[in-house]
Design a protein around this ligand. Structure first.
Ligand code: SF4
Ligand code: SF4
Length: 189
């Protein structure tokens, strides 16, 4: 039988943090019973500092700073492989989305700034054209990073194989797409 001293005490702010992640992700974190199936299926597990279920554990324990500062929340690509394998259908991708959003809102030091910059350029392209213009995304990302030469060989190969359009094309009803980027929709002041 557990003695009171054996119990892990979670602070009130930690409980509120976990409840907020639950609310934003629309997923019941407490459904996770740490079977680790998600980690076994995740294609990016080796690169992560915490396994996907480890991120859930940090949230359950109210360890807000640790989880919002970790690399895993940025390395997750939202492929849903883990959710398909999860016996409790935990939506890991939605949890990672909620945590990324909270990390940005709270001015946390971003563990993987290059990934965040790439996300921003993809969204910038969608806002302007209603679809992605990959060449522009790559060029703008390179400008942000001030890194011109790495991956140049790959870029040239893609151009030669016509995998990169030189000019962007825009969807017909771009106004509808741009409404999605209005500050009030994005939750900006
Ligand atoms: S597969 Fe589902 S239940 Fe198992 S550890 Fe991962 S999130 Fe938790
Ligand atoms: S959604 Fe994220 S955590 Fe899940 S398998 Fe894909 S990359 Fe891994």
């Amino acid at each position: 039988m557990e003695r009171p001293d054996d119990l892990i005490k979670i602070s009130g702010s930690g409980i509120r943090f976990a409840a907020e992640v639950n609310r934003r992700s629309g997923t019941d974190l407490n459904a996770c019973f740490h079977c680790r199936c998600c980690a076994g299926g995740c294609p990016f597990f080796e690169a992560m500092d915490y396994a996907p279920h480890g991120v859930i554990r940090l949230v359950q324990l109210g360890l807000k700073q640790e989880v919002l500062e970790c690399s895993t929340i940025w390395l997750c690509v939202g492929c849903h492989t883990c959710s398909v394998m999860c016996p409790m259908a935990v939506d890991m991708s939605a949890i990672m989305d909620a945590l990324r959003q909270m990390a940005m809102e709270q001015g946390i030091s971003i563990a993987e700034p290059d990934i965040l910059n790439f996300h921003k350029e993809v969204l910038n392209s969608v806002e302007h054209y209603g679809r992605t213009h990959k060449l522009e995304i790559m060029l703008r990302y390179k400008i942000r990073k001030r890194d011109w030469l790495s991956d140049m060989d790959v870029g040239i190969k893609m151009l030669l194989k016509r995998k990169l359009d030189l000019t962007p094309s825009r969807v017909r009803h771009i106004g509808e797409i741009r409404k999605l980027f209005a500050p009030e929709i994005k939750g900006e002041p």
